[in-house]
Design a binder for this molecule. Structure first.
Ligand code: ADP
Ligand code: ZN
Ligand code: ZN
Length: 736
């Protein structure tokens, strides 16, 4: 722990126990337990006791003094009231400070919401104060009672006006509902039956539906059912840029309903307004990214998790929660049906929806294998790069990003006025610059990574620490002017395609081309309007977007994931290619000639073989068998302890000491602690990163150990011999 933090905490604990001057002259008859957001790794408990003149119920938002500040808190419950007759001689009660304000204009959070916070905190080994308060919109945490009252009044006015407008809109344009496909009908019948089971929490359902099978229509009908019953629905999507599209579809279907979104792209004021609408029960539908899993919804009746396999559902900092997993827990906790949807479910969910005798059965599996309109899934073609190399020479491959047959296929699309998508998961012009004379390469001085060459502004940029420099005129080591790009990124591919396909309109969508607000929308609109013939993009275009006139998707460099050290890499590759293929041939009429092209050195690989047959089930079965024999998730449970330090030795020393602590804990023999290793990119911005994997065959054993370990880890990180800059525990880590 830093000196400054140490001092802050010491002064905090002294003020907490000695400051009595601040207590207002209110009759403080009750003792409340209040959640506050304390600094991380603080040795104080994040549930603090305060005096209060009234027994405000659990879930009430309050303002409390904390050290020298006043902060927001959430009443967690009633502590024992001070007992006048008690003998206080041997343990003098600490002098407590009083709650400054209770924001009673806001209805308290429900017991279900508080349980969700409590569960998330204990599962992800964080404090309930941190989880609870970070779940609130930042603006809410800054309001006092007067400001809040003003906001609520404004919100109410806006609501009345919106409701009137919506009612007329619904009369003018009654929504059109398509006739359900037989598969959709069967799925909805099953879901309706699940919903009427009288007792206990409904079983979550996994909707395994091909791309274009009409999963969204199922979500819409399910939402319709719960809205008609007077409940609210929560719809989660993985990416911000998928929310406008989905919001439009829901708004069209439910013109007279209040729909709000929750994601990080909103202004603080919008986020507060949307959040309040959900909390007050005004909003019937809440659409959002992972943060929306914590939306407070008093009438919650349904949770949908679209593209449930998407890694974006996992928060990558702070409390590293999985919104998908929390949503499933929330559904059970509030006895609400949960619907997970995907064309390529995560292997965890697939396993949970598998046969009971194989360990599954926690989810119900619902299937929709056919595309709406009877469209075929695109044919998958593998380009064997070793054959191409034999035929045209390796040099030709290096110079041309696309093998001749693929190029011919692109030209065919151009001639027919159809669109193509070429995927390359690497932005910039070239991943490395090098000197042809001495072998110098554009390493980042602060990271264990190369700086990427961006040709547009002639910079070398590190994608890890962000350092940006102009490209040197000559080699920094030997002065030779001949420095050359090595390899290929999206910028270079765009340039090469423009050369190879004269006259074609080439577009590019990646994190660089969409940096400014609204630019992604503009570029997508251009693609939809047919102003782009060939779109070059990273995986950000492979998800969810519905490109009608696209009949070819090509992945030019997919192989790396086949041999990655991350055991989830093949799963991600398969799903990326299936999803990308799902972009092609959305128009049933064009589906017949839609193709997915994959350039590979390993055409015989089982992953590609399954992909050719669109056989997710075979792929999943093979992967699950592999994971079972290797004892990997979902057949085991993992946590990753990460440490950041100035030197690799310090980071590793902390983890080694931590491993020794773990060995001495009860239950240690049920848990496997791997040796600490440097992180895959071990240095970022001059900070050395190391990690240690912890694994158990049972969740309970793992969590029992972690809970006992955490206090020891806090002590360890504050001791001088094992001091580190940062450490964190990642439960169910997605990338190892
Ligand atoms: P998915 O999410 O499963 O990939 P979508 O929900 O986007 O598929 O549906 C694909 C297309 O089919 C959409 O354009 C949708 O409007 C249309 N669609 C869905 N259900 C029906 C139906 N029952 N009848 C006609 N069109 C439908
Ligand atoms: Zn050189
Ligand atoms: Zn760097």
């Amino acid at each position: 722990m830093s000196k400054a933090l140490e001092r802050a905490l010491t002064s905090l604990s002294t003020t907490l126990s000695t400051a009595s001057v601040d207590i207002p002259a209110l009759p403080a008859d009750y003792r409340l337990r209040v959640l506050v957001d304390l600094p991380r790794h603080s040795r104080l408990d994040a549930v603090l006791d305060y005096l209060a003149p009234e027994p405000w119920p659990a879930g009430t938002l309050v303002r409390v003094p904390l050290g020298k500040r006043e902060v927001s808190g959430i009443v967690w419950g009633l502590a024992e009231a001070p007992d006048a007759g008690a003998d206080t001689t041997d343990t003098p009660a600490p002098t407590l400070r009083a709650v400054t304000q209770a924001l009673t204009a806001l209805p308290p959070f429900s017991a279900g919401w508080l349980r969700l916070v409590g569960f998330a905190a204990s599962y992800y080994q964080r404090s309930p104060g941190e989880v609870g308060l970070s779940a609130l919109p930042p603006d809410l945490r800054d309001l006092d009672a007067v400001q809040l009252a003003r906001r609520l009044k404004r919100l109410d006015k806006a609501r009345v006006a919106a409701a009137k407008a919506a009612a007329t809109a619904a009369q003018v344009h009654p929504p059109e509902r398509p006739t359900l496909s037989p598969e959709q009908q069967t799925v909805l019948d099953t879901l309706a039956a699940v919903a009427t089971v009288a007792e206990g929490p409904p079983q979550p359902s996994l909707l395994f539906g091909a791309t274009g099978s009409g999963k969204t229509e199922v979500y819409l009908r399910e939402a319709e059912r719960v809205l008609a019953a007077g409940r609210q629905a929560l719809i989660l999507v993985p990416e911000i840029n998928l929310t406008p599209q989905l919001e439009a579809r829901f708004a069209e279907r439910f013109p007279d309903r209040c729909i709000v979104s929750l994601h990080s792209g909103l202004t603080p004021a919008q986020r507060l307004q949307h959040w309040l609408s959900a909390h007050l029960g005004h909003a019937d539908l809440v659409l959002g990214t992972r943060m929306a899993v914590f939306a407070s919804m008093p009438r919650l009746g349904l949770i949908v998790i679209d593209e449930e396999h998407d890694p974006s559902y996992k928060q990558q900092e702070g409390a590293r929660y999985s919104a998908r997993d929390l949503a499933v827990w929330r559904g059970r906790n509030e006895q609400v049906p949960v619907l997970l949807g995907s064309a390529t479910p995560s292997l965890e969910s697939w396993y949970n929806a598998g046969p009971v005798d194989a360990g599954g059965g926690r989810y119900r599996r619902l299937v929709m294998p056919s595309r709406i309109g009877g469209g075929h899934l695109p044919a998958v073609r593998l380009v064997d790069l070793s054959r191409i190399a034999a035929q045209f020479g390796k040099q030709a491959l290096r110079q041309h990003p696309l093998a001749p047959p693929l190029l011919a296929a692109l030209r065919e699309r151009l001639d027919r006025g159809e669109q193509s998508l070429v995927l390359l998961n690497r932005r910039g012009y070239a991943p490395v610059l090098h000197c042809t004379n001495c072998g110098w390469k554009s390493a980042c001085p602060h990271c264990s990574a190369w700086r990427v060459f961006h040709k547009l502004d002639r910079t070398l940029r590190c994608h890890h620490c962000g350092i940006t420099e102009r490209v040197p005129r000559a080699c920094p080591d030997c002065g030779d002017p001949d420095i050359q790009p090595m390899g290929r990124g999206t910028e270079r591919l765009e340039e090469q395609l423009a050369d190879l396909l004269p006259g074609a309109r080439i577009g590019r969508i990646d994190a660089d081309s969409t940096r400014t607000k609204g630019s992604l929308e503009t570029q997508l609109a251009q693609v939809h309007a047919g102003e782009v013939d060939v779109l070059v993009g990273t995986q950000m275009v492979a998800k969810g977007h519905d490109f009608r006139r696209m009949t070819l998707v090509a992945a030019v460099q997919a192989d790396a994931a086949l041999f990655s050290s991350d055991f989830r890499a093949p799963e991600r590759l398969f799903s990326l290619l299936m999803q990308a293929g799902g972009r092609a041939g959305r128009d049933a009429e064009l589906a017949g000639r839609s193709e997915v092209w994959i350039q590979t050195w390993h055409p015989e690989h089982a992953l590609y073989a399954a992909l050719r047959r669109h056989d997710y089930e075979a792929f999943a079965a093979a992967q699950l068998a592999e994971r079972e024999s290797a004892g990997m998730p979902p057949f085991s449970f993992q946590a990753l302890l990460r440490a950041d330090a100035r030197t690799p030795e310090a980071a590793l020393a902390f983890l080694e000491a931590a491993a020794l602590q773990a060995q001495r804990l009860p239950g240690a023999q049920e848990v496997l602690v791997y040796p600490p290793v440097p992180a895959p990119i071990h240095r970022v911005a001059d900070v050395e990163r190391a990690q240690m994997l912890i694994e158990a065959s049972g969740r309970v054993a793992l969590h029992r150990l972690l809970a006992q370990w955490l206090p020891d880890l806090k002590t360890l990180s504050s001791e001088s011999a094992t001091r580190v800059l940062r450490w964190s525990l990642d439960i169910d880590p997605l990338s190892i």
